[in-house]
Ligand binder design. Structure first.
Ligand code: TEU
Length: 590
């Protein structure tokens, strides 16, 4: 614990630029707006800002379709604004990381325009081109039957050169060809060194496990007999050369700049697959986001992502336990997070936003849960004030995301009304849109996100007058106040909460979520080595629960444990007793 890299203890905070703070009344958040809120983040206890893509882009996937890696999208500001943002973070001892989106570019990127211009263009091989297949009747087919993430084929036909190009996401996001060394060198230089030279501290690396595709391009097995295109993540996730590519990026770019890296690792649910990316000896990535927890409730490959499947608390606890313990005894590291820009709000999915009381209690218990887990903690904008999913009454017209639209239109085209209803239900819980609603700063028009009279790019949540940062800033007992308190406690007992071991109690209990965190540090004079322990007990339900005997759970003598924190304040002095709906507590045994 003593000599650990700085980023293990740091609190990261993700900013989605379009929805954070608008400074000029055009309805889109921007970098000057973010700069005006750096003190707010600093005060909360944030150490690192992760800024989602603010690069030049046609915005078909909210900036994850980049047409110029070295320019700032005009609505977000200028290069000088980024310089000022770096300065404004650094002057407070904070850091800034950017989003590195290099699995694909926009189809409007000059590299792709060149690549598609002719089969002999020097950049032809920077993207993945394949000739068509034909059936016996002479009908043209894509090279494989793969389904893209946003629905439809992973292949788009190009009339001009009579070939298909690969796109794992939208047709407007052609995949770069990492097999080509010139292409990799250009990525390192243009998309990475350029920003590191300006003073950026590292990257969140988009789709980091998808750069090495299978190069024999086989058809995927038929898992959805009725569908035209088949889910095929095994064709491009964690492919044959992926560790070679990431290691190269680390040694050529990240290490020389001492840049921090956190990779986005979807479709990789096994600890044995994840460890090679984050083992310190492998020198690939500092840490990754693993998605088992945040994907809870999403449909399977067969039924589709937005076919919601309710899950028991025991499933959530099982995932937490798996990922809390997988680095124990290894040289790897992990992240802790329950929200990002691609998922619904935690309080609406894992808590209960049904009444104001349950909302507040469960938002605080989520804070307590996240702040007591081992790994680097990531918060998503608005999580700290308990922002909720959009109201269920809002129509599909309020959903803007390319993925939501892809799945919804597909359901409509199927003509199956039940499927349309089920998709709408899934979207109301899981859609990526929920987290993209404008930040609720105060109770003035447009929640203070943009000026009065401006039209925000996404509708502001109806509940912003009751739920906003200004109101919570005045109240130390608010969700925001509680997040601040938990971030301080997390650092104060960092040996237990950030670095400790984890032991799940009562894994099958469907109401209580309880674990013991134990420090690696031995304290006490001479042979009297005592390990510092904490017990976290949380009622993840709206029904009061009997609290177990704390001293038994902590294996300490009666009267030795003390209450450190209670989400509902009025701590039970007798220890134990009853946990009220969504109440959470932490006990220490020293
Ligand atoms: O997401 C990549 C990804 O694989 C998923 O986690 C994503 O949430 C998608 O919904 C899968 O169905 C990253 C970005 O986070 C996302 O916003 C982008 O749309 C995507 O890459 C493409 O760049």
């Amino acid at each position: 614990v003593g000599n650990t890299p700085w980023w293990k203890d740091a609190v990261f905070y993700q900013v989605y630029p379009a929805s954070f703070k608008d400074s000029n009344g055009d309805g889109w958040g921007d970098i000057p707006g973010l700069i005006s809120k750096i003190d707010y983040l600093h005060h909360l206890g944030v150490d690192v800002v992760w800024l989602s893509p603010m690069f030049e882009s046609p915005q078909k996937d909210m900036g994850y379709d980049i047409s110029d890696y070295q320019a700032v999208y005009a609505r977000y500001g200028t290069l000088q604004d980024v310089d000022q943002l770096i300065q404004s973070c650094h002057s407070r001892g904070m850091k800034l990381i950017l989003d590195l989106v290099v699995n694909h570019t926009s189809d409007q990127h000059p590299w792709f325009k060149e690549s598609r211009s002719s089969k002999t263009n020097p950049k032809r091989d920077w993207y993945i081109w394949k000739p068509p297949r034909y059936d016996s009747a002479g009908n043209r087919f894509p090279p494989t039957n793969w389904r893209s993430y946003f629905a439809g084929s992973t292949w788009t036909w190009d009339e001009h050169t009579q070939e298909y190009y690969l796109n794992l996401y939208g047709p407007f996001q052609p995949d770069l060809n990492w097999e080509n060394p010139e292409c990799r060198a250009a990525i390192y230089d243009v998309a990475m060194r350029f920003w590191l030279d300006r003073g950026v501290d590292g990257f969140r690396i988009d789709t980091v496990n998808k750069y090495s595709k299978r190069t024999d391009f086989p058809d995927a097995p038929i898992t959805c007999p009725d569908a035209q295109h088949q889910p095929a993540p095994e064709m491009w996730c964690n492919g044959p050369r992926i560790h070679e590519f990431i290691h190269e990026m680390q040694t050529e770019v990240l290490t020389p700049y001492r840049a921090v890296s956190v990779g986005e690792l979807s479709n990789t649910p096994l600890p044995s697959q994840v460890l090679p990316y984050v083992s310190a000896a492998a020198r690939e990535l500092d840490m990754v986001f693993e998605f088992s927890l945040i994907r809870l409730g999403t449909g399977d490959l067969f039924h589709g992502k937005y076919m919601y499947r309710p899950f028991p608390l025991s499933a959530l606890k099982r995932h937490v336990a798996t990922w809390q313990t997988f680095i124990e005894g290894t040289d790897g590291w992990h992240t802790v997070f329950c929200e990002n820009h691609d998922n619904g709000r935690a309080v609406s999915r894992f808590g209960n936003d049904g009444t104001p009381e349950l909302w507040e209690a469960s938002a605080k218990t989520i804070a307590l849960w996240q702040a007591t887990l081992t790994g680097t903690l990531f918060l998503y904008q608005g999580q700290e004030i308990g922002m909720r999913n959009m109201p269920a009454s809002w129509s599909i017209d309020e959903y803007k995301d390319v993925e939501s639209m892809g799945f919804y239109n597909e359901a409509v085209q199927s003509g199956d009304q039940k499927r349309v209803e089920a998709t709408l239900h899934g979207l109301r819980i899981l859609a990526r849109d929920h987290s993209r609603l404008p930040f609720q700063w105060n109770d003035s028009a447009n929640a203070g996100f943009t000026s009065e009279g401006a039209v925000p790019w996404m509708r502001v949540h109806d509940g912003y007058r009751e739920l906003n940062a200004a109101k919570q800033l005045q109240d130390p007992e608010s969700v925001l106040g509680f997040y601040g308190k938990m971030l301080r406690i997390r650092k104060q007992y960092r040996d237990i909460f950030i670095h400790g071991t984890f032991k799940l109690l009562a894994p099958e209990d469907e109401f209580l979520f309880m674990y013991v965190k134990e420090s690696d540090v031995r304290v006490g004079p001479g042979s009297e080595n005592v390990r510092r322990k904490a017990l976290v007990v949380m009622n993840f339900s709206s029904i009061p629960q009997k609290c177990p005997a704390i001293d038994v759970a902590l294996r300490c003598r009666k009267g030795e444990a003390r209450l450190l924190v209670d989400t509902l304040r009025i701590g039970d002095p007798a220890l134990g007793g009853e946990l009220r709906p969504w109440e959470g507590r932490v006990y220490l045994n020293f």
